[in-house]
Design a binder for this molecule. Structure first.
Ligand SMILES: C[S@@+](CC[C@H](N)C(=O)[O-])C[C@H]1O[C@@H](n2cnc3c(N)ncnc32)[C@H](O)[C@@H]1O
Length: 249
């Protein structure tokens, strides 16, 4: 039997999901950063600042960080800024168009830390076991067809004592805000996609994929099931997003 998963509200064979996700981000790449600002009213910057404040790169010893599904580099740039000349940040993403935007933006910045880009699938990272001090993934995991496999890979590449951090859309649990958020997501975001990015389809997928993603408790359970200790989460902005954490011990 063909294994299936969700692509937004549709059911698709597992193999098909990645192809469709790639198509979404090839189309979205040139306007990705602008659309993020417009759709979140700039809030994604605050969420990413809070998220990266948890990474705390060591300043006096070597610190190797991987940002998976790193796209245009927002999280990686923040980690690089917080680090030192002993910090190495790898941006790994499956999509060459998103990485090209990331490289272009990186060329305009200066960091003491070194920054490297790698075209790689979160489900099969081309890195050695126990080779990173910290792993981040922001707004990426819900796009990956086999989430369990990506979590196992995160566990494999982290060293003992290393931290897994994930920033992802979550379940809004504040009355009234949940209704407003739903109306905004299903009506305004696709319209913004149509008028600003010239295509509403990628933005319909975005909204549907957020709705389909597990609630914070269930996702935290998956992190624990992948082997991480002390799996925990913090909701931000009434649960619009959550930061998940786990440790490899
Ligand atoms: C919504 S963007 C997030 C980009 C960035 N982390 C940010 O927060 O701005 C999702 C990213 O996940 C990437 N992606 C999707 N499937 C992936 C996979 N299997 N492995 C690695 N990256 C993947 C996409 O190419 C895209 O760049």
């Amino acid at each position: 039997m063909v294994e299936e998963t969700h692509f937004g509200f549709s059911r698709v064979p597992l193999q098909e999901k990645q192809r469709r996700v790639d198509e979404v981000f090839y189309k979205a790449a040139p306007r990705y950063d602008l659309m993020n600002d417009l759709m979140s009213g700039g809030l994604h910057r605050v969420w990413k600042d809070i998220f990266v404040s948890k990474v705390k790169p060591a300043k006096t010893t070597r610190f190797r960080h991987i940002d998976v599904a790193g796209g245009t580099g927002d999280v990686a740039f923040r980690v690089a800024k917080a680090g030192s000349h002993l910090t190495e940040v790898v941006v790994a993403d499956i999509n060459a168009a998103m990485l090209a935007e990331g490289r272009r933006r990186a060329a305009e910045k200066r960091f003491e830390a070194s920054l490297n880009f790698a075209e790689a699938n979160a489900e099969e990272l081309p890195f050695r076991d126990n080779s990173f001090d910290a792993y981040t993934i922001a707004f990426g995991i819900r796009n990956v067809p086999r989430i369990g496999k990506a979590l196992s890979e995160a566990y494999r590449v982290l060293r003992r004592g290393g931290r897994f951090l994930c920033l992802e859309f979550s379940d809004v649990n504040v009355p009234i805000l949940d209704r407003l958020y739903e109306a905004y997501s299903f009506h305004l975001i696709p319209l913004l996609g149509r008028f600003v990015a010239g295509d509403e389809k990628p933005y319909r997928y975005l909204v549907e994929s957020i709705t389909r993603f597990p609630d914070a408790e269930s996702f935290s359970g998956k992190i624990g099931a992948a082997g991480f200790a002390r799996a925990s989460f913090t909701r931000l902005s009434g649960g619009i997003v959550a930061i998940h954490s786990g440790w490899k011990v």
